[in-house]
Design a protein around this ligand. Structure first.
Ligand code: ZN
Ligand code: ZN
Length: 237
């Protein structure tokens, strides 16, 4: 039976599973292990606990499926995470490549009263500083920057992978959610040029983790890039 209060560890897992679902990645123990950089036995144990507490069920093919209670818990923690990130950048002036880890700590201890005040404090903002919608149903469909053809117009929607070292790299590149430009090059490096002429360069591997709107748009991916769940040694410089 479902317990009222999820533990911090359970909330971490619910958040990751929700994010896999949003990104269109298979909700499997293997992907959870990769995304959280933990061992398969650790994930196996926690998935068993989430199941026992009524947050998830397992399909015959081992895929993870949220129960209503699990989805609600996951949406709550994801919303708080993104709200805290936006609050930390906009109200406390903390650079956006430094707020993810802070939000990971704070999100578990926030009362509804604080959440309500924080929402007021961020005004009209409706995404985290990395472009993820605070209210999850507002997510816009995007394609990986790496798939866009040279000459296409692009608008950066969000950074899918919030691994801290990747966010530092993206901040150094100058790219930000909302940036608009034209794709100037796409080989081992991807270059976007703004109308003023400023260039933004990231590796092709990092461009797989950047979701954009593009015109013309490449077809959506049937399988999403594995860079979304990998850390630094795999995305390279
Ligand atoms: Zn984050
Ligand atoms: Zn974020």
């Amino acid at each position: 039976m479902s317990q009222e209060q999820a533990t911090v560890a359970e909330e971490e897992y619910l958040q990751i599973i929700f994010w896999l679902q949003e990104a269109g990645l298979p909700m499997t123990g293997a992907n959870v292990a990769r995304a959280m950089q933990v061992s398969a036995p650790t994930v196996h144990e926690m998935i068993g606990r989430l199941e026992a507490d009524g947050y998830i069920t397992r399909a015959a093919n081992k895929a993870i499926v949220f129960t209503d209670s699990g989805r609600e818990h996951a949406e709550n923690i994801v919303r708080r995470h993104r709200l805290i990130e936006r609050f930390l950048t906009d109200v406390f002036d903390i650079p956006w490549d430094q707020v993810h880890e802070e939000a990971e700590k704070l999100e578990h201890w926030m009362s509804p009263t604080v959440e309500e005040r924080m929402l007021k404090a961020i005004g009209d903002a409706d995404t985290c500083p990395h472009g993820h919608p605070i209210f999850t149903h507002k997510r816009l469909p995007g394609v990986p920057l790496a798939d866009v053809e040279v000459g296409a117009k692009v608008r950066v929607l969000r950074f899918e992978n919030e691994a801290e070292d990747l966010l530092h790299y993206l901040m150094d590149s100058g790219l930000t959610p909302g940036l608009e430009g034209t794709l100037a090059r796409s080989d081992d490096e991807v270059v976007v040029i703004e109308s003023g002429g400023r260039e933004y360069t990231v590796t092709h591997s990092v461009a797989q983790t950047v979701s954009v709107e593009a015109d013309p748009s490449p077809p959506p991916r049937a399988v999403l890039p594995e860079q979304l769940v990998l850390a630094k040694e795999h995305w390279g410089r």
